[in-house]
Design a protein around this ligand. Structure first.
Ligand SMILES: Nc1nc2c(ncn2[C@@H]2O[C@H](COP(=O)(O)OP(=O)(O)OP(=O)(O)O)[C@@H](O)[C@H]2O)c(=O)[nH]1
Ligand SMILES: [Mg+2]
Length: 402
């Protein structure tokens, strides 16, 4: 998938640095006879390293600069001077980047967490200078070894966004609106199809600090599995999602029939991958603030046999249940019900620093931390700050002022 600012697949050429050669030299100095060998070692070549980062979300920089060459090591020189080692080339890639060898097709690495470093081309070792070869029987060796060769390979990088749940739906169904309502992500929302052109991930937060990452991908239309519209290539961004959310425009905007939309969506997803289609899912009936949507809901349940969660992304709306025609609806209603259901089908992974003996109170009951001083009650649960850990003694030789 390729748009002006987003690329999720590139081929790059990587080359590590060559090791610097060892030097062959002899100490020559006034008044020093037979100074002996003093050729230093070469420096090792730089590695090419890929590092997971949360600050980049696309492989676009590699598309424009696909040659990743690390620096060579410098050769050794006389006076036992060792050559400088070549600088490593560290390239930041988004978390979720799958790296395969373009020639053999074998997986080299899967970069999933921020800070994860993978050496994809190892720099050559530095050569030995002749200072290493002196012995009682060879006091003037000229032997030295060359630096190690560089490693060169062609890699294919593919970004598969990491999210817990993925939003699926026809264009204009309100996927981006739902993500914007539930997270602090700000996807573009507009009344024309294919507003969203690349995957956007937002984090849904809960009162007890649990988080679920939800991905918004472009809309799917009939025939997408054959490449119609934006096709289905972007669905690879949902391959790592544990759950799917089908967003249906229940108002049937542009004369669409919501039950047909659902059937088409299910068919297209199954055509892409049966396994993806079989993951836990939620069906959402969106735009329930519109009268047409409330009329369509009963027929949707009848035709598909699915009872969707009725909701609206309209920010001005207070409570959906106040509509007479939703009062005796069997299914769940509202954004909060959706959040709870999302949590049920895609349980968030526990966060490392929240292994507390006592569960913290919900966010709304926590003391206000906006003042100048953080209240002790709030600090008690901030175990990640490690306030109880004994302070490290500073070492006098480290230049500390006492
Ligand atoms: N009345 C009403 N309008 C909505 C609701 N949710 C979304 N809309 C409108 O529907 C239109 C499309 O919304 P988007 O969120 O951009 O839809 P999308 O599914 O992300 O569309 P694409 O990115 O094009 O696939 C916008 O004009 C929204 O204002 C809703 O609950 N009620
Ligand atoms: Mg959108």
């Amino acid at each position: 998938m390729k748009t002006r600012t987003f690329i999720d697949q590139v081929e790059v050429e990587v080359r590590s640095g060559k090791g610097g050669d060892g030097s062959s030299s002899f100490r020559r100095e006034a008044l020093v006879a037979f100074g002996g060998p003093d050729g230093g070692d070469g420096g090792r070549g730089g590695d090419v390293v890929l590092r997971g980062s949360t600050h980049v979300n696309s492989l676009i920089s590699l598309y424009f600069d696909p040659h990743l060459f690390a620096e060579n090591g410098i050769q050794g020189s006389g006076g036992c001077c060792f050559g400088r080692r070549g600088k490593d080339l560290v390239v930041d890639v988004p978390c979720g980047t799958l790296v395969t060898d373009a020639t053999t097709g074998l997986v080299v690495a899967d970069i999933t967490s921020p800070g994860q470093r993978v050496i994809v081309a190892k720099g050559g070792a530095g050569g030995f200078g002749n200072v290493h070869f002196k012995s009682s029987v060879n006091q003037a060796p000229t032997e030295h070894t060359p630096g190690g060769a560089s490693e060169e390979r062609r890699l294919r990088l593919e970004l598969k966004t990491i999210a817990d749940a993925g939003l699926l739906g026809f264009p204009n169904a309100g996927k981006s609106s739902l993500l914007a309502r539930l997270s602090s992500a700000a996807p573009k929302v507009a009344a024309y199809p294919f507003t969203t052109l690349n995957p956007i991930v937002g984090t849904v937060e809960y009162e007890d600090y649990a988080q679920i990452r939800m991905a918004d991908v472009p809309g799917i239309i009939e025939g997408a599995s054959r490449g119609v519209g934006l096709g289905l290539a972007f669905l690879k961004h949902l391959e790592r999602s544990r759950a799917l959310v089908y967003v249906i425009d229940m108002a049937g905007t542009d004369n669409r029939r919501p039950w047909d939309d659902y059937a088409v969506l299910s068919k297209e997803i199954a055509a892409y991958s049966e396994e993806l289609a079989s993951r836990p899912s939620i069906v959402v009936a969106n735009k329930m603030d519109r009268a047409a949507a409330r009329r369509n809901l009963a027929r949707f349940v009848r035709e598909t046999g699915v009872t969707p969660i009725a909701l609206s992304c309209e920010p001005s709306l207070k409570d959906l249940r106040e509509y007479a025609d939703l009062k005796d609806y069997d299914g769940l209603v509202g954004l909060d019900a959706f959040k709870a259901e999302l949590r049920r089908i895609a349980p968030p992974k526990p966060r490392a620093h929240l292994h507390l003996e006592e569960a913290p109170p919900p966010l709304s009951e926590m003391p206000d931390t906006t003042g100048e001083e953080i209240p002790a009650e709030a600090l008690r649960f901030a175990t990640f700050l490690k306030l109880d850990a004994p302070k490290k003694k500073s070492h006098p030789s480290r230049g500390n002022i006492h």
